[in-house]
Design a protein around this ligand. Structure first.
Ligand code: GLA
Length: 543
């Protein structure tokens, strides 16, 4: 249901904020952006488009295999002042994009209609000559990390959905001016990239008058496609959190057989003690777009191949060209393809399925520690495909690099993590239904699930790093109920469940224990480690 709602556009900031205090703080920031916009572009903006980062509470590296996750939007966000442009470059839909942070240089670009081959001239494209199979091109260089790539990625979906000659559109996108500012640290695992992509898409939608009739779920799907243009084959977790979340709740977001989201209040208000989530940045910057081929995209390929191999080992029906996910394999094993199972049924199905995963365990004979996986050659053999078919299905759309592919470990992580998400949801839902004060035991249960999730991310998914492992250990020693890595990993942030009245003491202990924090100024420290409240998803505000 939450995914079916429209994307809100408010007429004043007060309406958009959960309380007056937050509105007062944000008003300064929004007004400053509007003033700067007027200075730079010499006209007023029409809207502010805003999208938050997210903290994934539990459910890591399982969205792209279509299992449900449990994120919350955070207060840190990207906001864009935007308006139709009178000075953007010629051609339809030209963009002038600037950023309040001087390290991101102003950029100007014009989308081009290309006919697939190199024959279409840019002049013809700029004049919007209608080609039957023409599609939009924005020239994103995926080998280099550039801030405007996310702006361009956000534009793709809007152009292809609403201005595609192939779908019969004769309309031209309007030229636009955009001014960005953001408070989500990049490369920290709090999803600055999805916030950039979603906020940009929203700005293009609202300025082209295309927001009406579009649901939150449709914006999520558009934003997911958009991010592929930056070279990362991510699932929908970040985009769903950034678009669909509501204040005071996390969401249980599910991807199979279709995108659904269920807001679940966290069991904090009536608990004794109350508890909050604290994010701590390891300060190890990990940009998934840069390291995709041996980190993120490799996990995507490993789990996809694992699904086929497991399907074959279980004698499930598979065609040569399909690329089923592990969630689909579970359904085929159950004999319920495409069915929208109740969460309880998925949970018991996973419990029954876990022993089957052992079929994937590689024989260690003759292998040294660290070489337990399978080589590319072995993986192709296990897939039952010819090398050519395998390359076409699994490698033609992505670049990956590894000596050994860990099909068993990744699969074990996926199914146990999917189970933990459902257990976490259950504890929250039960807590909500409990009358009176909640026992501290509830927080301990949630904490134990966070700890188990981290252990799995660290040893089976291998998406952590020594600094993040150290931060989780320090968090536990400082009294957290549980602590885990959040987001893509290989650096970035941890999230810890901490009693609210002990947050200050908790932060002081982490500062003392984690060497990279010792030299930080108060301001930088506040940026690196902070308690966060679940915030609202994306919205627009009329200026
Ligand atoms: C990144 C991706 C998400 C998800 C997480 C890991 O944030 O963008 O889709 O896969 O990593 O859980």
């Amino acid at each position: 249901m939450a995914a079916q709602l429209p994307i809100p556009v408010y007429t004043s900031l007060d309406q958009a904020m959960p309380d007056l205090q937050t509105a007062a703080v944000q008003a300064v920031r929004y007004n400053n952006l509007v003033e700067e916009f007027e200075k730079r572009f010499e006209h007023k903006p029409s809207y502010i488009a805003r999208a938050p980062g997210r903290v994934n509470l539990i459910g890591e590296h399982i969205d792209y295999v279509l299992f449900g996750c449990f994120p919350a939007a955070i207060e840190r966000d990207i906001i864009i002042a935007c308006g139709p442009s009178t000075s953007a470059p010629a051609g339809s839909g030209g963009v002038q994009a600037a950023n309040l942070d001087p390290k991101y240089k102003p950029q100007t670009f014009v989308p081009m209609l290309k006919t697939g081959g190199p024959t279409a001239t840019e002049e013809a494209d700029a004049a919007n000559t209608v080609h039957a199979e023409a599609s939009w091109e924005l020239d994103i260089d995926t080998r280099e990390l550039r801030w405007e790539s996310y702006v361009k990625a956000g534009y793709y979906g809007v152009l292809n959905r609403f201005f595609s000659p192939a779908s019969g559109s004769q309309e031209h996108p309007v030229p636009v001016d955009l001014l960005f500012t953001g408070s989500v640290p990049s490369g920290s695992g709090l999803s600055s990239s999805a916030a950039m992509g979603v906020a940009s898409a929203l700005a293009f939608l609202v300025l082209n008058d295309k927001l009406e009739g579009l649901s939150k779920g449709q914006l999520v799907e558009m934003a997911m496609q958009n991010e592929k243009h930056v070279g990362v084959n991510s699932g929908g977790l970040d985009q769903a959190a950034s678009v669909i979340c509501t204040p005071h709740s996390a969401i249980f977001v599910n991807f199979y057989p279709k995108l659904t989201a269920e807001p679940i209040p966290l069991p904090t208000p009536r608990t004794v003690p109350r508890a909050v989530f604290v994010c701590a940045n390891s300060l190890v910057v990990s940009d998934k777009a840069v390291t995709a081929k041996f980190h993120y995209n490799l996990r995507v390929v490993e789990t996809l191949v694992a699904a086929r191999v497991l399907g074959r080992l279980l004698n499930l029906p598979l065609t040569a060209t399909e690329r089923p996910t592990l969630r689909v394999i579970l359904s085929r094993w159950l004999g319920t393809p495409e069915a929208d199972l109740e969460k309880e049924d998925v949970k018991s199905a996973i419990e029954r399925f876990l022993p089957e995963i052992e079929k994937l365990r590689p024989s260690r004979e003759g292998r040294a520690a660290g070489e337990e996986g399978v080589t590319m050659k072995e993986m192709i053999e296990l897939s039952g495909l010819s090398e050519e078919q395998f390359n076409e299905v699994y490698l033609s759309w992505v670049e990956v690099e590894a000596e050994y592919f860990q099909l068993y470990k990744r699969t074990r992580h996926v199914f146990t993590e999917a189970l933990r998400v459902l257990e976490f949801r259950e504890v929250c839902v039960r807590a909500q239904a409990t009358e009176g004060d909640l026992p501290e035991e509830t927080l301990k249960q949630l904490g134990a699930l966070l700890d188990a999730s981290h252990e799995s991310c660290s040893t089976l998914c291998e998406s952590s790093c020594p600094e993040v492992d150290e931060l989780t250990r320090l968090a536990k020693a400082a009294g957290a109920y549980g602590s885990r890595i959040t987001g893509a990993g290989w650096g970035g942030c941890t999230v810890s469940l901490v009693a609210e009245d002990r947050v200050e003491e908790f932060i002081a202990k982490i500062k003392e224990g984690y060497a990279p924090y010792r030299e930080l100024s108060e301001e930088k420290l506040h940026d690196a480690i902070f308690a966060t409240k679940p915030s609202s998803g994306a919205f627009g505000v009329l200026c």
